[in-house]
Design a protein around this ligand. Structure first.
Ligand SMILES: [Zn+2]
Ligand SMILES: [Zn+2]
Length: 349
């Protein structure tokens, strides 16, 4: 089969490799669509801290936002049939350590992430994963849309963790795919007012269609604007940019007693934080990693139409042009860009 393998910074090669062998509990999936995440770009350009930390070793195949068709099932696998469209969790726990036994398999002591840590990912014709990580995709969701389920599951995990209450005012920092889907999931889960804080006007109309406000932070004071829109600061704020400046701003728009949820990695060992602000306002800060136990609600949110992932796919590349697609995401400043998806659908008969 063909796979894109990262050998060094900006050195990714299309290679002929062996199709993975599966054991009794695994499934072989023929990949149909794979989204490009900022994590993939960090793996590609070498900026991913996991290389230095020894978590990720090259050569490796990236790709953790994927959908595909069941090609082969292990002898002990139940509940999956050949030909079914499936998606799968990025985190693959050992199933035995303390955290796995508590259902926190994304924090497994022997941490793995498909397409990031130890497991090869989905910029390939096939991948293997354990059946326990797979979810069937309802027929109303296309293969390309299904490649957005992992992103949706990550923000669903974040929204569940913050325990948004009906009527809450929610602010989302970031107008990329994760921010736009985060805002929709917060709305679908009961937030009364949802506001995206971004740096461009491009998505204002799309957000408006979803009933979501936009504050353009490039020329407005976010604290003033939130007070104008909501009459007070926000109950829950999500930081989806990984930018320390955005983090500092996000903290200052949480109302006393409110919550700040951080989904993005800054790539820096430390960033300055106003601790007194947190203490004197009793602000709760959550860190969120990956998408544990969140694929089912994410699929439900997309299938019910409450979350529009289709509008978040801004460009589709054929599989053979994966390197061009990575270069586009890495280098091209395109205001319209949300999520870029690589498809192999044309190659399926
Ligand atoms: Zn991702
Ligand atoms: Zn474990």
């Amino acid at each position: 089969m063909k796979a894109f393998r990262i050998y060094d910074a900006c050195d990714m090669r299309l290679e002929e490799v062996d199709q993975p062998d599966i054991d009794a509990y695994e499934v072989l999936v023929k990949i149909l669509a794979t989204g490009i995440c900022s994590t993939d770009i960090e793996l590609y350009d070498g900026s991913m801290p996991y290389f230095e930390q020894g978590l990720t070793k090259r050569p490796m195949t990236p790709g953790h936002e994927w959908s595909g068709i069941v090609e082969k099932v292990g002898s002990k696998v139940q509940g999956f049939q050949i030909g079914e469209l499936v998606v799968g969790d990025i985190s693959i726990g050992c199933g035995r350590c303390e955290n796995c036994l508590k259902g926190m398999y994304h924090l497994c002591h022997n941490r793995t992430e498909l397409g990031v840590i130890k497991y090869d990912g989905a910029f390939a014709n096939y991948l293997k994963t354990e059946a326990k990580n797979l979810y069937k995709v309802p027929e109303t969701i296309s293969a390309n849309e299904a490649a957005m389920v992992e992103t949706t599951a990550t923000v669903t995990h974040a929204v569940q963790k913050t325990g948004i209450e009906p009527g809450d005012c929610v602010l989302v920092y970031g107008d990329g795919a994760i921010g736009l889907i985060n805002a929709q999931v917060a709305f679908a889960c009961g937030a009364g007012k949802v506001i995206v804080v971004g740096l461009k006007e491009t998505h204002r109309d799309l957000l408006k269609q979803w009933g979501i406000h936009l504050i353009n932070a490039s020329d407005l004071d976010v604290v003033v604007e939130v007070n104008k829109l909501n009459g007070s600061l926000a109950d829950v704020v999500f930081e989806d940019t990984g930018n320390p400046v955005a983090f500092a701003s996000a903290l200052k728009v949480v109302k006393p007693g409110g919550k700040l949820c951080v989904l993005s990695i800054t790539g820096q060992s430390t960033i300055p934080i106003d601790m007194d602000y947190i203490v004197t306002r009793e602000i709760t800060i959550f860190g969120v990693l990956a998408s544990p136990n969140s694929f089912k609600p994410a699929l439900e949110l997309i299938a019910s139409g409450k979350v529009d992932v289709k509008s978040c796919i801004s460009k589709i590349y054929p599989f053979d042009e994966t390197i061009e697609a990575f270069e586009y995401v890495k280098n091209v400043k395109d205001n319209d860009r949300i999520k870029v998806v690589v498809t192999q659908e044309a190659e399926v008969d």
